[in-house]
Ligand binder design. Structure first.
Ligand SMILES: *Cc1c(COP(=O)(O)O)cnc(C)c1O
Length: 388
């Protein structure tokens, strides 16, 4: 890999050479048949990944545009949504809804914990919600949502399930053909970005709507958006030689290769690999006295938010580790300075994580916190094997 550093933040994530190579291919016109074929293939591969019977959209924009696209095409101004929030990115739906005149109710968990199915059920019984937003893996806390429990409750009450998969899609199970206890209980909308568990550089928003979600769009008279109105994009997604707004040609090359890699590995294998990575990284770091803020049974497989042991300063730790070539992220909101976040998703490999564990140990030792990195590496190797 030509990368000089290990980018172990919760997105963007490590990009492999074949993706860089694809991205560096000659820029062609967006209606050039050679590009159109690649765009078409990228859309097809996305449809296959998410298994939707509806429409998928792959457009320029970050994950936040994908969130906006998901919301404004399903919920009209004056209608109500329930935001199930397990951290900073869950909360983002509050502001987003408010920006479009949508009524927003929120269930916030304590950071590191899940919102319980009982809390969601109690809210849904109370009032009529058009949709419920769920963040699959909240990138601020490393907490995963329990879809098995939540999807049936939301669907039973007739609301749409909008799933934010930005830190989960292609690494955790997201299957729009899957039924959750009843033939009609399915995930209605999945949104994601290119730069996290998919492992492509940032810049693409990816959204999938099932038939129920498309029917919700039909009922909205005027979507308060132009770029984000899916009706402007459906003709392009059906026939990428059509023009609405210029697609990011080189990013589509990269994404097409990223999707190829996802399918070459296979989704079931990817899901198992990520589960093993999450468990092994957290187990290894616990050897250093570092604890994840999420309990293991609710922890996401794609990233972990790790509390510093007493006396380890955030900026010194990340700067020292960074000089060794491992980049991890700080934490958000009230956890800033108290925890760091490490991504273990996408194209990240076992070898990279093993090396990162060792270098984290070296960093702690240099900072005067005596730890046994050989033991932690050993623990990583054991746990990652158990998982795989
Ligand atoms: C990163 C992230 C977002 C925002 O995506 P951007 O590409 O930064 O706009 C939204 N939701 C989750 C869960 C994320 O991890």
């Amino acid at each position: 890999m030509r990368n000089e550093e290990m980018l172990l933040i919760p997105g963007p994530t490590p990009v492999v050479d074949s993706i860089y190579d694809a991205m560096a291919s000659e820029t062609r016109g967006h209606t050039d048949p050679r590009f159109v074929a690649i765009y078409k293939n990228a859309i097809e591969q996305t449809r296959e990944m998410l298994q939707t019977d509806g429409d998928v959209f792959v457009v320029a924009g970050s994950g936040t545009i994908a969130m906006e696209m998901a919301l404004v095409n399903t919920v009209a101004a004056g209608e109500k949504i329930l935001v199930v929030s397990q951290g900073y990115f869950g909360d983002r739906f509050i502001k987003l809804g408010q920006a479009f005149g949508i009524e927003v109710d929120v269930l916030q968990s304590e950071w590191g914990k899940q919102v319980t199915p009982e809390e969601v059920e109690a809210k849904l019984v109370e009032g009529h919600y058009k949709a419920v937003t769920i963040t699959h893996a909240d990138t601020s806390t490393g907490v995963a949502a329990d879809l098995e429990a939540l999807v049936p409750i939301v669907k039973k009450h007739g609301a749409l399930v909008i799933l934010d998969g930005v830190c989960a899609t292609a690494a955790m199970e997201e299957d729009m053909s899957k039924t959750y206890g009843h033939p009609d209980y399915k995930i209605d909308v999945i949104l994601t970005g290119s730069q996290k568990a998919i492992g492509v550089p940032p810049g693409l928003a990816i959204v999938a709507f099932n038939k129920t979600a498309l029917a919700a769009r039909e009922k909205i008279e005027r979507v308060p958006a132009y770029y984000c109105d899916i009706y402007n994009w459906i003709p392009v997604m059906n026939d990428p030689s059509k023009y609405f707004a210029t697609p990011p040609v080189n990013l589509i090359y990269a994404y097409n290769e990223g999707m190829r890699l996802v399918h070459a590995e296979g989704l079931p294998t990817r899901i198992i690999r990520h589960t093993a990575f999450g468990k092994a990284v957290r187990a290894a770091l616990s050897e250093y006295g570092m604890k994840a803020i999420a309990d293991e049974n609710v922890a996401a497989s794609t990233l972990s938010c790790i509390l510093y042991p007493e006396g380890v300063g955030d900026s010194e730790f990340r700067a020292t580790l960074g000089k060794k070539g491992v980049i991890v992220a700080g934490s958000l909101a009230h956890l800033a300075g108290k925890a760091f976040r490490i991504g273990h998703m996408g194209n990240t490999t076992e070898e990279m994580l093993e090396q990162a564990i060792e270098l984290i140990g070296d960093t702690l030792n240099e900072m005067g916190h005596s730890v046994d990195s050989a033991k932690a590496v050993q623990r990583f190797k054991q746990e990652v094997r158990v998982g795989v």
